[in-house]
Design a protein around this ligand. Structure first.
Ligand code: EMZ
Length: 383
């Protein structure tokens, strides 16, 4: 089997019953596995809410390490729409030419640096650096801040010994407090200042609310982007013919981005909390229990995607849900897509081959399911 393959552990359960079950810190989850059900439940925000206790819709639950609500992620309509309206325009900036030029410069320089090395550990020396530097553009803060973020590692809440590391979370919270304090005295043109200057219902956003948006910006797009970038490198290492195809037909790059993101599904699932006794795929779900919208399983649903377990680099119809679905679709998707696009274009431009040496897979355990999300480390040579 190819090292870049990501197999689908949900197939049997998806076909046979349509749901899976897992425990998570004594707060069980009924996982919706079929594309149709995942979309239906995501759409039904009244029955399956996001605005539960902060941290609870995340799997693994973050209730023990976070009491600040992430915004707009953990807020339901109609308030959700009001918050979303504040940040939507800002998170569309990656469509601007100036932003893309800056991102291109960053990615070129990272690729040039790895081309000059004999061997590169992709997660730490490539993807983490790329994600952190690109985040300076999204927040519109000085480039040097990325050095601090790189030192935090690949996940802001997870460390080598713990999936839910409270000390690590506090490093992020304290950092954000300091930044918000700074701009409340001297506003600039960064995201912190924009937030503190925004209003909801005629009232200025509080520091707590701004912090909720910023935590989401740091946490939501970190390991997800890092996995997408790393998995892309592994994929192109083993599929030079796909890079060749994109080189000769660049108009397929957009198809390739969606297809890679479908196949990788960097975020396996997102939870919701039932507000009443209900059902998922005819399975009873009690009020105040959790369900999981399993994007990774929906994205391999054989009734929706032909050859679902293959990367079909020029796939035409691709209704994947890797960026979520419905009101809560991913705020950072525009930024993530630009990163993927510029990464692929840069590989086409500058890289002839990628050789994988040693690696260790990063496997998530979700009850009976074990899913590869990427790598713990992967050493390669770029030429
Ligand atoms: C949360 C989540 C958002 C959570 C879209 O996903 O990403 C997770 O990685 C974080 O741990 O707090 O931001």
């Amino acid at each position: 089997m190819k090292k870049s393959n990501i197999t689908d552990p949900f197939e049997k359960s998806r076909l046979e019953k349509g749901f899976g079950e897992m425990d998570d810190q004594n707060d069980p989850v009924v996982m919706a596995l079929r594309h149709k059900d995942v979309r239906k439940c995501a759409h039904n925000w009244k029955t399956f809410q996001s605005g539960a206790k902060p941290g609870r819709i995340v799997i693994p639950s973050e209730v023990n390490i976070r009491d600040i609500r992430q915004i707009p992620f953990e807020v339901d309509p109609p308030m959700h729409g009001q918050y979303r309206a504040i940040v939507e325009k800002w998170f569309k900036r990656p469509l601007e030419e100036e932003y893309q030029d800056a991102l291109k410069k960053q990615i070129h320089s990272i690729v040039d640096a790895v081309l000059a090395k004999d061997s590169v550990e992709v997660i730490n020396e490539f993807s983490l650096v790329l994600q952190s530097r690109a985040l300076t553009l999204l927040l519109n803060v000085p480039f040097t801040e990325s050095e601090t973020w790189i030192s935090w590692g690949t996940h802001v809440f997870r460390s080598a010994d713990s999936d839910l590391d409270a000390d690590k979370a506090n490093v992020l919270y304290n950092y954000i407090d300091k930044e918000l304090e700074r701009v409340s005295k001297t506003p600039t043109n960064d995201l912190y200042s924009v937030l503190l200057n925004s209003e909801v219902d005629g009232k200025k956003l509080t520091k707590e609310e701004a912090k909720g948006v910023i935590i989401l910006t740091f946490a939501g797009g970190r390991d997800t982007v890092i996995n997408a970038v790393t998995n892309s490198i592994a994929y192109f290492a083993e599929h030079p013919e796909s890079l060749e195809k994109l080189r000769s037909e660049p108009k397929l790059i957009n198809n390739a981005i969606e297809e890679l993101i479908r196949y990788f599904s960097p975020l396996t699932q997102m939870g919701r909390v039932a507000t009443e006794d209900t059902q998922v795929c005819e399975h009873a779900v009690k009020a105040d229990t959790r369900i999981g919208l399993c994007w990774a399983s929906a994205n391999r649903d054989e009734s929706v995607f032909e050859n679902a377990n293959e990367v079909v680099i020029d796939r035409k119809m691709n209704p994947h849900v890797a960026f979520g679905f419905g009101t809560h679709n991913c705020l950072g998707a525009t930024h993530a897509r630009q990163i993927m696009r510029i990464l692929i274009e840069t590989l086409i431009d500058k890289v002839k081959s990628i050789d994988i040496h040693n690696y260790k897979e990063n496997i998530e355990t979700l009850g009976e399911f074990k899913r590869k999300v990427g790598f713990d480390y992967i050493n390669v040579t770029f030429k």
